[in-house]
Ligand binder design. Structure first.
Ligand code: AHR
Length: 517
């Protein structure tokens, strides 16, 4: 028999970190593998509508609760000509995509994506190409999309069948421009100059837009930190956000370290906040740059070197980066959800990378069904129960030490995580007066009894309490067993006045939604 650990959490309804922005619950659609073609868009599929949008996928996207959707890349955007993806489909060019060594047919583009967003009920977030293109293409694309009419480009949109402007608010100024894998990657100074000039022109066209400058493509980049500082020195007065990207791995087959590594996401966020605020301080500026964590997920099994791609030629929509997510991955992923919630004051936008098939919560078969991967559940629950004010939680839990291996960057690297609490939590005071508890038990062998003291709430009762747990951490969902890993009811949650008790399974993700009694 293993030991039962115990942990205590203290919150007060009046002590909040910040309000969750609905954009915290975003995802990402890139022209990559089968994310667009065979993912959200598959003309001829039994559930496809007349525009080729798969309705089975749309139903799962709505259930996922994604609020904003980044598009069209990713690495893809750094070689993308937006003009290729508009106008009559039969006249659109096929192009080599040097990001993923695929052929891009361009049968799906900006206008189709906007239509898809409207039916999916998500806000579009667009990235402009600051790799092979620059400010001129960016301002032209914005004029095409957002200007009402009376100019060549806005009238071109109208002639293409979209009379009303798309009114796209959120724009990313390029993607991962520090990465040598990026088409026309740049130094921080080169990028800072291009980004600020693009930003100026874009805002002159549409003052209502919000702009995100590229931060480092990961915390492991050798230029991390210095990159953010230089880029923000250039762009500070012209952007609202700086971006962050993180992909977690378990290359080292060290489950304890893998589950601890979302704590490095906490460090990453706090470091970028510090750099952004230092840039503000040098200007004596009250402006606060917010964070757009516009790519995050677990991803390591299906990473490919460029040589693999070259060997395969130039396929259209190949089945690449189709990571199959395990129970263990869902736990790490849940830890990342908690990290994002606990920084709701500064992370005002975040995108799970990606949406369908490509490192995704939703999988599809061509002509066949769609199903939920394990990571679908923590995300959907975060979006459903994470709305409101995230509370500053004092957690009393035993901790453990681990070393997390992350090979990205110049050298193989280990990161020390000296004090990961076995219990990682986020607590959200919901708009209905209730309280949602997100609790990850990182003890791999022991159950944990958790006592929560929640002050300042009206009397509460359990609305919903679920647990994601599987005795086999490598268990995953598939077409044949789509529900193998899915939440079950968490029994035994007790509420008595300001105290809540529960016992959670080892290696489990738990969500308890308390509502006014
Ligand atoms: O999401 C997959 C890829 O990861 C994106 O295209 C790129 O921005 C990142 O490196």
């Amino acid at each position: 028999m293993s030991n039962i650990r115990s942990a205590k959490v203290f919150v007060d309804r009046n002590f909040a970190i910040g309000e969750t922005d609905p954009r915290l619950f975003g995802a990402f659609v890139e022209h990559l593998g089968r994310c667009v073609y065979g993912g959200i868009y598959e003309p001829g599929h039994p559930t496809a509508d007349k525009q080729g949008f798969r309705q089975d996928v749309l139903a799962l996207v709505r259930e996922l609760g994604a609020t904003i959707m980044r598009y069209p890349g990713g690495n893809f955007v750094s070689g993308y000509n937006w003009e290729d993806g508009v106008g009559p489909v039969a006249e659109r060019p096929k192009r080599l995509d040097l990001a993923w060594f695929s052929t891009e047919p361009n049968s799906f583009g900006t206008n189709e994506f906007i239509d898809w967003c409207r039916v999916a009920n998500v806000e579009p977030m667009f990235a402009v190409n600051l790799g092979t293109r620059g400010g001129d293409a960016a301002r032209n694309m914005l004029e095409y999309c957002n200007h009402p009419g009376g100019t060549a480009l806005s009238d071109l949109r109208r002639a293409h069948g979209w009379e009303k402007p798309h009114d796209i608010k959120f724009w990313c100024l390029g993607n991962e421009m520090d990465g040598p894998w990026q088409m026309e990657s740049k130094t921080a100074t080169e990028y800072g100059r291009i980004a600020v000039e693009a930003a100026k022109m874009m805002r002159w066209i549409d003052p209502s837009i919000e702009l995100a400058a590229c931060g480092s493509s990961s915390r492991s980049m050798p230029t991390y930190g210095a990159w953010e500082d230089t880029v923000l020195e250039h762009t500070f007065d012209h952007v609202e956000y700086v971006s962050l990207h993180t992909y977690f791995n378990n290359y080292a087959s060290d489950t304890a370290a893998f589950l601890a590594c979302p704590d490095l996401m906490d460090n990453f966020i706090e470091e970028v906040v510090a750099i952004a605020d230092a840039v503000a301080a040098k200007r004596r500026s009250p402006k606060r740059i917010m964070l757009s964590f516009d790519e995050w997920n677990v991803w390591y099994r299906t990473r490919r070197v460029r040589a693999d791609r070259v060997r395969e030629g130039w396929p259209i929509a190949p089945p690449i980066l189709e990571e199959i997510y395990s129970m263990e991955d869902a736990l790490c992923f849940g830890g990342a959800c908690i990290s994002l919630l606990n920084h709701a004051d500064r992370v005002k936008s975040a995108c799970l990378a990606q949406l369908v098939n490509v490192i995704a919560p939703i999988m599809t078969e061509l002509g066949g069904p769609a199903w939920r991967q394990t990571i679908f559940y923590p995300f959907a629950q975060m979006s459903k129960f994470g709305r409101g004010r995230v509370l500053r939680a004092r957690v009393e839990s035993e901790t453990y030490a681990s070393r997390y291996y992350d090979p990205r960057g110049d050298n193989d690297q280990y990161y020390a995580i000296p004090n990961a609490p076995y219990l990682k939590v986020a607590m959200v005071a919901n708009e209905d007066g209730g309280l949602s508890i997100f609790a990850l038990n990182r003890d791999l062998t022991g159950e944990m009894s958790v006592e929560v003291s929640a002050r300042g709430f009206v009397p509460l009762k359990v609305g919903e309490a679920t647990q994601l747990h599987h005795a086999d951490l490598s268990a995953f969902n598939s077409k044949d067993e789509p529900d193998k890993v899915s939440p079950i009811q968490l029994t035994g949650v007790t509420v008595d006045g300001e105290r809540i008790w529960m016992t959670v399974a080892p290696a489990s993700w738990n969500v308890i939604n308390l509502i006014p009694a």
